[in-house]
Design a protein around this ligand. Structure first.
Ligand code: SAM
Ligand code: SF4
Length: 350
């Protein structure tokens, strides 16, 4: 059963049974935390970062122990799904220590899923270890299978390494979902090829509309491709059947009849999905963003460092959730060429 705001009553029941569970003013249960463990990355994707980024001084970052403490505070408050992201999560030094320590919450049953979103550049090295710590599914971002285009989009990336990472992940038994950002005039003719490749390897594919986050030194209107056009293009070659499948995220899925695989569309620009939002995000400096598309935030590093007890952190989280907004209002058109928000996607990890 689904409440009028899209929150399933099952979610509310599940979170509501815990004392101090996180329910926002619109009765959405907050059960999903995304953690950006670093703002740094070994790529410079054209839609995500400018070529010359200034990153945070390492001293400003939460330590791995502090990240663990913060994640554990959210888990104590009913968060059941945790995604590590970035920047590139696998370039954070010692990241496997964090994955390993968080896996105790999987073992206790408090956490249902520990996962990550990665560019896969380092995945060959870490895939087996991720699996051994209880990670079952990961998202890999990949916008093209053409090595030259891949280099152009990521500025610094090597497609062969990414493909080796995906091979290693599948060999380790990880379920892989591919995320591709649809870019006008760049990969719009390739989405069908990506689909056939991903489904041929037993991986779901999700396409994402480019969002106006952060100054990237380019015009967003030049990049923006509405997914309605991608879908129309795919429908000329494939039979797309609407299905009810949901991972609890913003993607709407279809089944591709010819391949049997699933294809997701994330359309923040053309279709607002905020009514069922169950998530919040923390940055690597311990700032809590209650919405990907709004600036309002809460500092959790101060309360975390002020006391060894978690009481102050719990109080700060509770207070922040009372400020979770109803939704975002991104616009990219000729009158709105500037970023809707000054922060880059790598701050909150998408
Ligand atoms: N580095 C990792 C990766 O690329 O998977 C994790 C962080 S990255 C910020 C997370 C996701 O955000 C990626 O799938 C990326 O394609 C997407 N992304 C980055 N900037 C975006 C933007 N402006 N609009 C839409 N998606 C974006
Ligand atoms: Fe790095 Fe991911 Fe941003 Fe690309 S999308 S620059 S891989 S953080």
């Amino acid at each position: 059963m689904v409440a009028t705001n899209g929150t399933s009553t099952l979610d509310l029941d599940r979170a509501g049974t815990r004392p101090g569970a996180l329910i926002d003013p619109f009765l959405r249960a907050i059960t999903y935390l995304r953690v950006s463990v670093t703002d740094r990355c070994d790529f410079r994707c054209v839609y995500c970062m400018s070529e010359h980024m200034t990153f945070l001084p390492k001293a400003d970052l939460l330590s791995l122990e502090e990240l663990d403490r913060l994640c554990s505070a959210f888990i104590a408050k009913g968060v059941t799904k945790l995604r590590l992201t970035g920047g590139e999560p696998l370039v954070r030094r010692g990241i496997m220590t964090l994955v390993s320590s968080l896996s105790r919450h999987l073992e206790s049953g408090a956490l249902k899923e520990l996962t990550l979103t990665t560019n896969a550049s380092q995945l060959e090295k870490y895939a087996a270890e991720l699996k051994s710590h209880g990670v079952e599914r990961i998202n890999v971002s990949l916008d093209t299978l053409d090595p030259d285009k891949f280099r152009a989009i990521t500025r610094w990336g090597d497609l062969a390494k990414v493909l080796a990472g995906i091979d290693a992940a599948q060999a380790a038994g990880l379920q892989v979902k591919i995320n591709a950002v649809a870019l006008k005039g760049v990969n719009e003719d390739e989405i069908g090829g990506l689909l056939a490749w991903a489904h041929g390897r037993g991986m779901d594919l999700t396409v994402i509309e480019v969002m106006p986050l952060g100054d990237i030194g380019e015009d967003r209107l030049d990049q923006y491709l509405p997914l309605s056009m991608v879908r129309a293009g795919l429908a000329e070659h494939y039979t797309l059947e609407d299905i009810e499948y949901s991972t609890g995220g913003p993607a709407r899925y279809v089944r591709v009849k010819e391949t049997g695989g699933r294809l997701g569309f994330i359309t923040p620009m053309t279709h607002n999905f905020c009514e069922s939002c169950n998530r919040v995000r923390i940055t690597c400096t311990g700032t809590l963003y209650m919405c990907l598309g709004q600036d309002d935030a809460a500092d959790l590093r101060g309360p975390l460092r002020a006391s060894e007890s978690d009481d102050l952190v719990h109080a700060a989280i509770d207070e922040a959730i009372t400020r979770k907004p109803k939704g975002h209002d991104f616009v990219i058109d000729r009158r709105h060429r500037r970023p809707a928000l000054s922060r880059h996607m790598s701050v909150t990890g998408g």
